[in-house]
Design a protein around this ligand. Structure first.
Ligand code: DX5
Ligand code: ZN
Length: 227
């Protein structure tokens, strides 16, 4: 919370036919992570990429891979993603009832990756209670998961502030907060002012005329918003 921010471009908006070029471009543009959106056509309507892609990405970049699992069965698949090279693995709280959330966090840590839990826009922060002390990151979704290029849901920054309060209450001062969906120059300041550290950008980077300039501008605006 309130650490210098990092931009995590989402390759969902990249050119899959020239993905290595796009990875080099964001590396040189100052990206902090590569955000990888894994969708199963079940937890979310869309279907994207999976374990083989993560394995190949790991071979071509040193940037940490921030893998966002939007899948119904994360417990089954998460060991495969860690094995493939995910550095940071995000599971959705909505897919892990009761004790299973903590179990997933434990499995991710045992695999040697950083553990993150994501919340859909209508999921209350209270579901994080059993796990928040052990988490490395919380992902606040600021759109309904499933597609890039959607508009930011107004007020999502309030949820970021709630996560800050919860983390402080349990002494997890090192917790990172990531925000995902509709973030760009018009929205980055409010989420960073509220405490976001990792900013996912799909269209705001890859659909920009100058993607590297966009990374730098969004990062500068976010850091300045810290006050
Ligand atoms: C949405 C994905 C996002 C998405 C972000 O379900 O989790 O990572 O690609 O794209 P933008 O920044 O265009 O909203
Ligand atoms: Zn994502």
């Amino acid at each position: 919370m309130f650490q210098p921010i990092k931009i995590a471009p989402s390759i969902l908006s990249a050119d899959f036919m020239n993905l290595e070029n796009d990875i080099r471009m964001i590396e040189q543009g100052g990206a902090g992570y590569v955000h990888v959106d894994v969708m199963d056509g079940h937890f979310v309507p869309n279907l994207t990429i999976g374990v083989p892609h993560v394995k190949q990405l790991k071979k071509i970049t040193k940037l940490p891979l921030d893998v966002h699992l939007m899948i119904s069965n994360p417990l089954e698949q998460l060991p495969w993603f860690i094995e493939a090279g995910a550095d940071m693995l995000t599971v959705h709280a909505e897919t892990l009832e009761g004790q299973w959330l903590e179990h997933a966090v434990q499995l991710i840590h045992e695999g040697g990756a950083l553990a993150c839990v994501a919340l859909k826009p209508n999921t209350p922060v209270e579901v994080l209670t059993p796990a928040i002390a052990d988490l490395d990151m919380v992902l606040v979704m600021s759109v309904e998961p499933g597609f890039s290029g959607q508009g930011y849901i107004e007020g999502s920054e309030l949820k970021v502030a709630q996560v800050v309060d919860m983390a402080r209450a349990v002494g997890n001062e090192g917790l990172l907060i990531e925000v995902d969906g509709g973030i760009g120059v018009g929205t980055v300041e409010r989420v960073c002012a509220a405490g976001a550290d990792v900013i996912v950008c799909g269209n705001a980077v890859f659909a920009a005329d100058d993607p590297q300039g966009a990374i730098r501008q969004i990062e500068a605006l976010g850091n300045a918003a810290r006050g």
